[in-house]
Design a protein around this ligand. Structure first.
Ligand SMILES: NC(=O)c1ccc[n+]([C@@H]2O[C@H](COP(=O)([O-])OP(=O)(O)OC[C@H]3O[C@@H](n4cnc5c(N)ncnc54)[C@H](O)[C@@H]3O)[C@@H](O)[C@H]2O)c1
Length: 373
C-alpha cells in the first residue's frame, strides 16, 4: 500500500506538469508495472465507462506484420496474456504462436468476424490489416478489398457489438497539395496512392460511425515506423529499417530514396505506447478522433551520418525507385502533433541518436555502440 501511495503521488505530480487536466485521472504507461494485478483498484485506466472495470478483451487483426506482434506483447504485459488475441491470414512463427492466443481471421470474412467478436467477448479491436503504400500500388484490386471492404466489415462489427476500435492511419493520408511542413491535423487531404485514399476513407468512415452510431473510434496517423525485430511490410519508409540490417551485415546500403528525402519517422516503442495511451484516454479528453503523432524527421543522408558515428566504415549509395520517390515526395516532411500532446499528453521518447543506438544494439552492435559512446 505504501508503494502504491508513493506511486500515486509521483504520478499525480508528473501528470499535473505534463498533460491537460482531463487526463490526470489516468496513469501514463511508463509509470505502471506490467502485471494487471499491480494496478490499483480505483484507477480508471481502461476506460471512462464504468462497465469496463475489467481488463479489455482485445483482438488485433493483421497482427503478423511489422507492428502487430510488438503491440500484442505490450498489451499482454498490461492486461494479461490471455486477454489479447493476435490474428492474421498467415501462419505464425512458433515463438509467436507460443507467446499467447492466435487465431486465423480474414477481415474479408464478415460472418467469421462476428463469430470471433462474439465468441471471445471482444471489447477492444486494433485493426492492423492493410496493404501498405508500395505493395498497394502493385495490386490495387487487393488493396481496395483489404483496405476498404475489410474496413467496412470491421466498422460494422465494432459498431454492432459496442467495441472500442483503433485504426491506424498514416502520413500517406496526406498528398501533394497538403502543406508539407508541420502538417496540421486538419488540412487538405488529396493523396494519390490507393493506400492513402483508403486511409482517408478509414478516417472519415470511423468519424462518421462515431458521430452517427456512437462507435468509440480512435485513430492515429503514424509516421514511418522503425523496428529492429520485425520486418517492414512494403511501405515507402522501409529503407529506414533496412539500412540497419544492411549496416550490420556488410557496412553498406543502397537506398531507394534520394539522399534529401525528408520524412517523419518514429521508433516502434513510441508508436505502440502512443497507441495504448490514446486507447486508454478518457473519451472526454479527445477533442478529435484522428490525431497526428510525431517524433523525428530526417533524410537518408542524415540517418547515414548518425549511423557512421557508430559504424565508421558504413557507406550509403543511392538507386532511386521512381514509384517510391514519387510517393515520398507527396508526403509531409514533418507533422504538427500539438493536439495529441495537449489532449492526452503524447510525448515521444526516442530522438534520432537514441533511435540509432537502440536499433544497433538490437542488431548485435552493443560492443561497437558502447565503444562509440
Ligand atoms: N509500419 C509502418 O511504418 C506504418 C506506418 C503508418 C501506418 N501503418 C499502419 O499500421 C498498420 C500495421 O502496419 P504493419 O506495418 O504492421 O503492416 P504489415 O504490412 O507489416 O502487416 C499487415 C498484415 O495484414 C495482414 N493481412 C493482409 N490481408 C489480410 C486479410 N484479408 N485479413 C487479415 N489480415 C490481412 C497481412 O498478412 C500482414 O501480416 C497498417 O494498418 C498500416 O497501414 C504502418
Amino acid at each position: 500500500m505504501l508503494i502504491l501511495g508513493m506511486l500515486r503521488q509521483v504520478v499525480s505530480g508528473t501528470m499535473q506538469s505534463r498533460a491537460s487536466s482531463c487526463w490526470k485521472a489516468a496513469l501514463p504507461l511508463r509509470f505502471l508495472g506490467h502485471s494487471p494485478q499491480q494496478i490499483p483498484a480505483d484507477a480508471s485506466f481502461y476506460s471512462t465507462s464504468a462497465s469496463e472495470a475489467e481488463p479489455p478483451r482485445v483482438l488485433i487483426t493483421g497482427g503478423l506484420g511489422q507492428l502487430g506482434v510488438g503491440l500484442a506483447g505490450l498489451l499482454r504485459k498490461r492486461f494479461g496474456r490471455d486477454s489479447v488475441i493476435l490474428s492474421d491470414i498467415r501462419k505464425p512463427p512458433a515463438h509467436v504462436f507460443c507467446s499467447g492466443p492466435f487465431i486465423y481471421a480474414d477481415i474479408l470474412d464478415y460472418k467469421k468476424l462476428h463469430e470471433i467478436v462474439v465468441n471471445h467477448r471482444i471489447t477492444w479491436l486494433f485493426h492492423y490489416s492493410a496493404l501498405l503504400s508500395a505493395v498497394g500500388e502493385a495490386n490495387v484490386p487487393l488493396a481496395k478489398a483489404v483496405n476498404i471492404t475489410g474496413l467496412h466489415n470491421i466498422l460494422e462489427v465494432a459498431a454492432k457489438y459496442n467495441v472500442r476500435l483503433f485504426v491506424p492511419s498514416t502520413i500517406g493520408a496526406f498528398g501533394p497539395t497538403s502543406p508539407r511542413n508541420h502538417t496540421p491535423d486538419f488540412s487538405i487531404q488529396r493523396p494519390r496512392t490507393i493506400y492513402g485514399v483508403s486511409k482517408v476513407h478509414a478516417e472519415l468512415m470511423g468519424e462518421y460511425y462515431y458521430h452517427r452510431y456512437g462507435l468509440d473510434f480512435r485513430c492515429l496517423r503514424y509516421p514511418g515506423i522503425i523496428s529492429a525485430d520485425s520486418q517492414p511490410g512494403g511501405g515507402t519508409t522501409d529503407y529506414a529499417v533496412q539500412i540497419f540490417h544492411a549496416a550490420v551485415k556488410n557496412n553498406r546500403f543502397e537506398c531507394n530514396l534520394k539522399a534529401s528525402t525528408r520524412l517523419p519517422m518514429m521508433y516502434i516503442d513510441d508508436c505502440l505506447r502512443a497507441t495504448l495511451e490514446v486507447m486508454e484516454a478518457p473519451s472526454e479528453c479527445l477533442s478529435i478522433r484522428t490525431y497526428n503523432i510525431s517524433a523525428v524527421s530526417f533524410t537518408p543522408e542524415e540517418l547515414a551520418q548518425v549511423l557512421c558515428k557508430y559504424v565508421p566504415e558504413f557507406q550509403i549509395t543511392y538507386r532511386v525507385d521512381p514509384l517510391r520517390q514519387a510517393i515520398a515526395d507527396s508526403w509531409p516532411m514533418s507533422l504538427d502533433d500539438s493536439t495529441a500532446r495537449k489532449d492526452w499528453g503524447w510525448k515521444h521518447d526516442f530522438d534520432l541518436p537514441g533511435l540509432v543506438r537502440t536499433m544497433l544494439s538490437f542488431q548485435g552492435f552493443s560492443t561497437r555502440v558502447a565503444h562509440a559512446n
